[in-house]
Design a protein around this ligand. Structure first.
Ligand SMILES: *Cc1c(COP(=O)(O)O)cnc(C)c1O
Length: 824
């Protein structure tokens, strides 16, 4: 009888919703209280988002039902960052509501594009790592995999970047100010999180010696669920984001004694934990609040999974490790290893060996960087004050681990010091990467080269001990956002040429290969690109005031500003082109529009100076009448997901120019490739695989490879290179001579000294000649538009490997051991 009622009410659910135009009107009138037909676009956005959200909700409930009923392993993707961007268009596309939505908006005479613009980006991430997590969730839903994302609901996401006098200025990103229609608060699932205090031993009910963590400062983690709709498959997965709140909103005693301000202090202190995303792309370690965030996410999410387990299986944890997997997105959630141990030992009273077996059965770790300065370490002093019980557990893990090392490498004392989870010194630190490796059954890098370098370098001792743990999962991006949605012109051309299958299975884009030889098709291809360039040119004009000529080659580098990504190398090439124009050497020069964009970490002085240099070089070049029609350069402000959606379809040349061995993978490179840009790049990260797939003849390669970098560093002499190369000498002379900083003498000295330093880790001058030549080659090919178009088509056609669907299928088969969920 009760089952039947449920079915009837489910049935009713879907028939409750009227056609979308009516639902839009209902939300505008009743949810938002706007009766006039002349609303501003913001209200249309909110009403439409609510109407679409309601439709998502139906599938969401049934998917969650499938999760609860399945006997399969479930995966929990732990990440401090999810760079989602906008949700409305994604939901409209995945639920096939495009026509219904346009019809609904037409009754008010407004267009979907304009309304979608109203949505603020969910910028809960810094860059590649956070965007990867968002693409992964999309692919998991597309593949109907039982995967839930866990993260933090930051009140303030990635800062808003503006440029004043060429310099970056950071502003707050209060993305939740007008409410968020894409989240549902679930107070009933709140968890208590503890900090500080101390540990003590006691005899539990059964007379066993136990340990408890007491005298703590507690706060609440409140979950907010966001729907992750699959592509036309009636699946909606969940991203659960935690917000921090005080356990008691008011300290009643303070309140009653009339001290109102002190009574709310506690609330504010607690909420600080989920207040702001740390805007560091890599490194800047050691901040107490950051460790609090990391533990907050780990503890709340693990408690969530354990409580659901206990509700279903009682205290029988025999199968827990086989039925659950926690994928750690970098070491940021590495506290999960000792925290799962603590919960199993202290709360559920398992013995050490059982708890450790479970933990190492279900933890998996993804490494994202080879830069040693970016490896997380937390001081033992901070750990012991903030998380005393976790530190005890880490010490015990370490003791048992080092005993194993001793057995494996008898008599080797150095190896014990090298591999210890505790880095000794006057200020001992916990090495979070090592903790993650020891606690996990899988350790993966994110591109072939990156994984090989982990095994031979950073983690070589661990690779010798446990070679079976190490594996590669080359990153990918979702073609639903990064092709279908952002490039409707190309989407339609693909659909009419090779059918629609590629949207859920990108390997099918290979069918495009023969069309590279079809002149009629190449013409259509160019006309799509031209429309995308026009859209991008308009966007650039609006946000920078600079005119881009759509006949020029659009040359783009967008990514976080970092020395290893070598935006400076790009700038030096542009200065070289400017120098050629000034000296009249413009024969065969292709008109070029160069766009650079990206945020610098607020504390990263050199990166901010690079932003200033890009802006200054751009101003001088754009103001000089001699560059007319030949060269334009802009720094595009506030680079984010929604701007990449306009930038990547309009790009023709994708700059992937990091020092070899430094970029773990890159994913921007993949978005550009899908959209038909050609890559100019080094043999670094996933560029190597892009070149393998596209064919060396369809890629502009330059620079030292990883080996060459190691060799060159032995006797690097940038000053000799500068002196011997006329072009480079002139470029340095212009930059050092103050051509770009007349009114601010000396401001770029730090950068030019770095370039001339024999210990420059980024070897910019070493690669400059080869880069200039590769750029000249790209320019030459561009003059032959038929050839360029062929290469462009072949890049898209061979981009199937770089779908995050392929990446996630590999995680599912080779790490997680999960299969798609069937209908209940
Ligand atoms: C894809 C993407 C990135 C990553 O770019 P890389 O070139 O791989 O560093 C960073 N930020 C945004 C907004 C992105 O969309």
């Amino acid at each position: 009888m009760p089952e039947q009622t449920l079915e009837v009410s489910n049935e009713k659910m879907s028939s409750i919703l009227a056609p979308l135009p009516e639902e839009l009107r209902r939300h505008l009138h009743y949810t938002l209280g706007h009766y006039s037909d002349e609303s501003n676009p913001h209200y249309y956005y909110r009403a439409l988002a609510n109407a679409v959200r309601d439709r998502v909700t139906e599938h969401w409930q049934t998917t969650q039902q499938r999760f609860e009923n399945t006997d399969q392993r479930c995966v929990h993707y732990f990440s401090l960052e999810f760079l989602l961007g906008r949700s409305l268009n994604n939901a409209v596309q995945n639920l096939e509501l495009d026509n219904a939505t346009r019809e609904a908006l037409h009754q008010y005479g407004v267009e979907l594009e304009e309304i979608a613009e109203q949505e603020p980006d969910a910028g809960l991430g810094n860059g590649g790592l956070g965007r990867l997590a968002a693409c992964f969730l999309d692919s998991c839903a597309n593949l109907r995999l039982p995967v839930t994302g866990y993260g933090i609901r930051y009140e303030f996401g990635m800062f808003h970047q503006t440029i004043e006098n060429g310099r970056q200025v950071e502003g707050p990103d209060h993305w939740l100010r007008d409410g968020n229609p894409w989240e549902i608060e679930r107070h009933e699932d709140a968890k208590t999180i503890r900090f500080y205090g101390h540990t003590e031993r006691y005899l539990d009910e059964t007379g066993n010696m136990s340990i408890r963590w007491v005298g703590t400062n507690d706060l609440l983690a409140i979950p907010y669920d966001m729907p992750i709709p699959g592509f036309k498959n009636e699946t909606v997965n969940t991203l659960r984001l935690w917000k921090a709140e005080a356990t008691d909103v008011f300290d009643l005693e303070e309140f009653n004694s009339g001290n109102y301000p002190d009574a709310v202090v506690q609330k504010n202190n607690a909420e600080q934990i989920s207040m702001v995303l740390y805007p560091n792309d890599a490194s800047e370690n050691g901040k107490e609040l950051r460790l609090k965030q990391q533990y907050f996410l780990s503890s709340a999410s693990l408690q969530d999974v354990l409580e659901r387990w206990v509700a279903k299986h009682g205290h029988d944890f025999t199968d827990f490790g086989r039925k659950n997997c926690f994928q750690l997105n970098d070491t940021h959630p590495a506290c999960s290893v000792p925290e799962l141990m603590r919960l199993l030992l202290d709360v559920y009273h398992l013995d050490w060996d059982s708890a450790w077996k479970i933990t190492t059965q279900c933890m998996a770790y993804t490494n994202h960087t080879l830069l040693p300065e970016a490896l997380e370490r937390w001081s033992v002093a901070l750990f012991s004050r903030l998380l005393p019980r976790l530190l005890e557990i880490i010490y015990e893990i370490n003791e048992r681990f080092l005993a194993e090392v001793k057995q494996k490498f008898p008599g080797d004392v150095a190896v014990l010091r090298r591999m210890s989870l505790v880095e000794e010194g006057d200020q001992p630190h916990i090495r979070m990467a090592y903790l993650s490796i020891v606690g996990s059954f899988s350790v993966n890098g994110v591109a072939h080269l990156h994984t090989e370098l982990l095994k031979s370098g950073l983690f070589s001792d661990f690779y010798k001990l446990w070679p079976e743990k190490f594996n590669n999962k080359t990153n990918g991006v979702t073609q639903r956002r990064w092709l279908s949605h952002c490039n409707p012109g190309l989407r339609d051309l693909l659909n009419e040429t090779i059918g629609k299958g590629w949207e859920s299975d990108l390997s099918q884009i290979e069918k495009l290969v023969p069309y590279a030889e079809d002149a009629e098709f190449r013409k259509k291809w160019r006309s799509v690109k031209l429309e995308n360039k026009q859209r991008l040119a308009k966007y650039v004009k609006t946000h920078t005031g600079v005119e881009f000529n759509t006949e020029a080659i659009f040359d783009v580098q967008v990514k976080r500003i970092h020395e290893y990504k070598r935006q400076l190398l790009n700038v030096l090439h542009v200065v070289h082109l400017y120098d050629r124009i000034l000296r009249g050497d413009t024969k065969d020069m292709v008109p070029r529009c160069v766009l650079i964009g990206g945020k610098a970490a607020p504390g990263y002085h050199v990166a901010k100076l690079i932003v200033k240099m890009i802006n200054n070089v751009a101003s001088v070049i754009n103001a000089d009448p001699k560059t007319q029609d030949l060269l334009r350069m802009v720094f595009f402000p506030n680079y984010r997901v929604s701007s990449m959606e306009i930038i990547c379809p309009g790009t023709e040349l994708s700059e992937q120019i990091s020092t070899a061995g430094k970029e773990a993978s890159g994913t921007g490179n993949m978005k550009f490739m899908m959209n038909g840009a050609l890559t100019i790049g080094t043999l670094d990260g996933a560029n190597i695989e892009i070149r393998d797939k596209a064919g060396a003849e369809n890629f502009f390669l330059f620079g030292l490879d990883e080996n060459g970098v190691q060799e060159t560093k032995k006797d690097y002499d940038p000053n000799a290179i500068i002196a011997a190369d006329e072009d480079i000498r002139r470029v340095m002379e212009m930059v050092e001579g103050g051509v770009f900083n007349h009114h601010e003498p000396g401001i770029f000295d730090l950068l030019t000294k770095g370039l001339r330093n024999p210990y420059d880790p980024w070897l910019t001058i070493a690669d400059l000649r080869s880069y200039i030549d590769a750029q000249a080659e790209a320019g030459k090919v561009y003059l032959d538009q038929e050839k360029w178009t062929r290469m462009s088509i072949l890049n898209s056609a061979h981009s199937g490997w770089f779908s995050s669907d392929r990446t996630i299928a590999q995680y599912a088969n080779e790490i997680w051991d999960v299969k798609p969920l069937e209908d209940a």
